[in-house]
Design a protein around this ligand. Sequence first.
Ligand code: PLP
Length: 919
Amino acid sequence: MAMKSAQDEPQLSLSQFFSASAARVDRWRTLNRLAKALAAGGTNAGELRAEAIAVMAELGPIEDLNGYPGPHLMARLRERLEEADWPALARMVMRISGALLADSYREAADAWNAEEEGDAHVPDILPPGVSRGKDRKPYFEILIVSPAERSLWPEIRETFRRLRRDEDLFVYEPVVVGSFEDAILAAIFNYNLQSVVISDGFGFVSQHAVPALKEMIARNLPAGYGAGMNDMGTALARLIHDKLRPELDLFLTTDRDVARLAGSDEAAPLRRVFYGVEEPMEIHLSILDGIKDRYDTPFFDNLKHYAARPIGTFHALPVARGKSIFKSNWIRDMGDFYGANLFLAESSATTGGLDSLLEPTGNIKLAQEKAARALGGDRSFFVTNGTSTSNKIIHQALLTPGDIVLIDRDCHKSHHYGIVLAGAQPLYIDAYPITKYSMYGSLAIKPIKEALLHLKAEGKLDRAKMLVLTNCTFDGHVANVERTMLECLAIKPDLIFLFDEAWFGYARFSPFLRQRTAMGGAAALRAMMRDPEYRKRYEKFKAESGKLDAKGMLEKSLLPDPDKVRVRVYESDSVHKSMSALRQGSIIVVADQDFHTVEAPFKEAFFTHTSTSPNQQIIASLDLARRQMELEGYELVQRAIQLSIEIRREINNHPLISKYFHAATPAEMIPAEYRQTGFADYGTPGKTMADTARALREDEFFLDSTRITLLCGNAGYDGSQFKGLLASEHDIQINKTSRNSVLVQININNTRSDMAHLIKALADMSRAIDKRLAEGGDEARAAFKARVKSLVEDVPDLPNFSHFHDAFRDNPKSKTSEGHMRAAYYMAYDAASCEYIKLNDKKIDDRLKNGPELVSAKFVIPYPPGFPIMVPGQVITQETITFMRKLDVKEIHGFNATRGLELLKPDALAARKGKASDR
Ligand SMILES: Cc1ncc(COP(=O)(O)O)c(C=O)c1O
């Protein structure tokens, strides 16, 4: 990303924004090439020199925001350039660019030397402790926002360097900036930053104008911000904390009345407030203390101590301490494979330094508190049996028999089973379909409101307890959490929201996606309900909307009454799916202002579903995943997003690959009516970062770039076939499939080499198809065309939820479709109430035409699409049968092709009809 003057700076595009770090490395690469050419000598030295000077000028502003290579090495480089010492310049540039490329400056002391090995070291610029050895101290950078003249900045940096002590656990390099805007730039672009020391009195305007960034800043600050703004320091802290990187430790040094300031709301985002230039050592220690707070992993640390102690065990779990393994004649390879630590760290004890997941009072409690902080909730609960269990816990904790729960039928099956367990009545709402890719999108706001308004009209609103939404969906549809909640709360002010964020936990660490997470939405709502500005907006809305009828309420964007709203938000999150936890590591995060009213049932539900032997390693990995995300989540997620945007661009612009494959764009995945700003793709020419930021704020749905629906129908492959081919011939594993697509999921572990691997495989496959078609003659080409048509055009309609059979409805005439699913589920336990009919039996068609109705006894869940196309008690329609008959997948839970569909018998249903409801 070039940072030039405001006049010639083009608006920053999304891809430029995300590729800023790659662009930086690219510039170093270019400089490396130029310096090498200069060192090699040649006729065009003048031209090369001019180019090198230009690249250095572009790098200057970027490097001002980074600790490495830092001003000292940059000054040396400039000297080399001015002195035309080409060999020395080439050596130095090679070292710096290599260190940046491999991030090795974080641990290789050599990278910090101006001269090569053997030459004199420059001790004052070397962060001590930077090494690869066992004594390695993790490296980070701090940002100092200072009002001092630029000429004094070296002295400021020196002050902090001189404070380094051998006993420090971490080592940092200071970066100094002099303005509000530069501080924001550094917070965004410097991934090494962990702490910001803000000294009151600095200016506002950046030396480097980036218009899109200015717009982003403008939108996120209260009116009146700018050069004349009062309290610039606290405004900066709030912006960094609330909008950019909440995990950073923020410190303020000020001459203002510190006692008053420290106790005020303005100081809430600050870790500490210092008076004037107080003892710098205090600041240094506070910085290290802040890092330690994030670095400490209370459960994992204790587990390590436990493993190192000579403990004799006289209870269950023979693998604990590994003696049954390492002494074994026959399973010693188990020990060799997993290593001794796994067994030393295994224990079924909850004492001796370990804690109990079921009744945490020590390090698990602390670890959960830290995880809640990291994920933005009030409290969190570790779950060691996946989000499947987290969901069931939440359902059982919050719902009682007879409650109505509004739910996307497309939700993960754990929700449907959870509702059966709780005895609540699901009111299924269909997500918008994306028929051409044979998948569902997400649940739009309008049908949810419609359901709530019907419940209201029929006097059942009090029973509507919760809304369940998958966010984001498997395929990357991200809801506008804030708007969804506002509109629902306007109809039912105490509705509880369960956002299934099994796939979306990492989003917390992206400043863009965070606002669309459950906890991001909860925080926004809380702030809004306290904000006098919102109250004014609400009063205006109330006056304008007068007495809206149901139709009016459906059409208008609603605002809830701040005096009535209860913010009650639950998030379930498969930490193992998007962060570094072991499989099944999941977490429930809660921001519920009425949690005290459900704390006891929550505990019961937690007890119901939690093993009394929870896996210690899973708990430890949850603790560690939290540490990682709090310290490097921002960098990892930014890089993953950047990679996903590049992969999309590479696939869709590649002349050969794009003949057969295509990465579905947001415009293709999300109907236009839900993309109100018109956002169509990442990196559309002419669109800026600010456009993307607006889409993220305003559009009803946004497509997560890291979920790439790779369409393979045009290559003649269905999803399962293509998945198999990628695995067997290219060693590539991908996520789920649909009829004509596979899902490529980019995570925090993916690298540029992974990208190259995928692109190479697609190019190889495309070449093979080209060859096959060229050599196969007309017949082969016709067969290919027919296959493509069948995959791309003859796609079965997705069956919507029909309705529950009257036997399971309190009022069959009701406009809302909730039903007693649990009664249907248990009816199927009685074999005498069930019958089987084969899918292709003519009886099915006869009964569809003439009755009696076909009623499912089971959840029937084909993989893909992975959601129940039938639930117990649901009346089966022609649509569902047609879909089932066209299904070409092997795995269908709840359906045995040999026996046929399992149905509830008409006489059993008749016997139940008219019975009292089973609340
Ligand atoms: C939306 C959703 N929720 C929950 C789950 C269950 O998560 P886990 O595998 O952690 O049990 C899944 C699993 O694929 C899912 O897709």
